[in-house]
Design a protein around this ligand. Structure first.
Ligand SMILES: Cc1ncc(COP(=O)(O)O)c(C=O)c1O
Length: 410
């Protein structure tokens, strides 16, 4: 018998999963054989061990976005040559709920984060949620403010630390300046210079790291521990996700007939927050995540049923620097598995094409990452004819890149 070990895709991590097994061909299965398993959550003993010895598990997201089924085959030498099983799992409860998003909206109310929802030219029912017009130029302000405002004044006064490719760092630096507390931002050396300048402009100290997001996170956590400051994670945090989710609440009141929301995905904070809000408020709404083809770790993660990590070298190839994340967060993965209907990818040329189109046709200045969602609609990667919102998540582009994009269109 194989030694029982945890199956990482099903129940490792900080969110308890309810797991159950359906035996398609009962055979002579003896669950008692496997009782040595070390299980968490509501999983009955024995079944946990049974799942633990499964090999070659594949998964899919079902159309209702609620459960994820794993079709698999148990190979047990001697007793059960081949037994066909279906393994189901879902979280015991979702770690971010509509109540958390509503609490975030109350905290943010004094800051008036509402951004316009504009119908895009071209005759279709495609609307742009203009987070490029948000404070500091991206949606990141929402999560950074919600997390920071939730800290006690004593803890907050010891300062904030974060890790960022540029946009979250600006937001944390700005929020720190609102509260009059110090901030440190760990940033990659290849960050867009405008983003670095803006982060410093809000008074933050910038600490350089390598290009990979995992190294950045390690450095930020270490600085926070050394200085007694609070780490404000860019996406893997309940309060950050709830803050980003306030976009979803705004969408529901700005466009109640909304059918599809298209969201760029890096670490998954933006999409998991928006999904938690719109899915709670609107029946049948579809949430579609978009990644560049060159940084499609979230798509691989959702398809394989476990978080997939891309190498730093691979993840940084895309021009969309806001989504060069090597892997989605654990919290975000839990939420996305339940709430995201589909993940699609777009090529680099389509991202730049969408960025130029927005500038010329819609008079909207958006960075490459902010244009990823529209690129998915323009390439036909996202289908559907009903009212569709693309999240223009940010507008912090390098001026020379915009000049290049526009000159190629001319
Ligand atoms: C402009 C922009 N859009 C989208 C994202 C992706 O957000 P998340 O990491 O929460 O998925 C980022 C992340 O930095 C960003 O800067």
């Amino acid at each position: 018998m194989h030694p029982p070990e945890r199956h990482p895709g099903l129940w490792s991590g900080r969110y308890a999963q309810r797991v159950w097994v359906e035996v398609a061909e009962p055979g002579s299965l003896e669950v008692g054989e496997f009782e040595a398993a070390n299980c968490t959550g509501d999983m009955p003993e024995g079944i946990g061990a049974l799942v633990a010895v499964l090999g070659g598990v594949s998964s899919r997201t079902d159309s209702a976005g609620v459960h994820h089924d794993h079709d698999c085959t148990l190979e047990h030498p001697g007793r059960l040559p081949r037994t066909s099983l279906r393994v189901h799992s879902c979280p015991v409860s979702l770690p971010v709920t509509i109540a958390d998003v509503e609490a975030a909206a109350e905290r943010l109310a004094s800051q008036n984060p509402l951004t316009p929802l504009l119908r895009l030219p071209g005759g279709g029912a495609v609307f742009a949620k203009c987070e490029n017009l948000q404070r500091t130029g991206t949606f990141k302000f929402r999560g950074a403010y919600n997390k920071t405002a939730s800290l006690s004044p004593e803890v907050r006064a010891r300062g904030l630390v974060t890790d960022s490719s540029g946009n979250h760092g600006q937001a944390v630096a700005y929020v720190a300046s609102l509260f009059g507390v110090p901030a440190v931002v760990a940033m990659p050396r290849n960050a867009v210079p405008f983003k670095v300048e803006q982060t410093r402009r809000w008074g933050a100290e910038v600490v350089w790291t390598g290009e990979g997001s995992e190294e950045r996170t390690r450095v930020a956590r270490q600085i926070a521990a050394e200085r007694g400051a609070t780490h404000i994670p860019p996406f893997d945090d309940e309060l950050v996700v709830a803050g980003q989710g306030t976009i979803g609440l705004e969408l529901v009141s700005q466009l109640p007939e909304l059918e599809t929301v298209v969201v760029p995905v890096g670490g998954g904070g933006l999409i998991s927050g928006i999904a938690a809000a719109v899915k709670a408020k609107l029946k049948g709404v579809r949430v579609v995540g978009v990644e560049p083809e060159l940084a499609a770790d979230a798509k691989s993660s959702l398809e394989s049923g476990q978080r997939v990590t891309w190498s730093a070298g691979d993840a940084v190839r895309t021009i969309a620097d806001g989504v060069r994340t090597q892997t989605i967060g654990e919290l975000n993965f839990t939420l996305m598995r339940e709430l995201v209907d589909e993940m699609v990818t777009v090529p680099e040329a389509a991202i730049l094409q969408a960025m130029g189109w927005l500038a010329i046709e819609a008079k909207l200045a958006v960075e490459p990452t902010g244009a990823v969602s529209l690129a998915a609609v323009q390439t036909g990667a996202v289908r559907g004819s009903g009212p569709t919102v693309v999240i223009l998540s940010g507008g912090n582009y390098a001026p020379e890149l915009m000049a290049q994009v526009l000159s190629q269109l001319a």
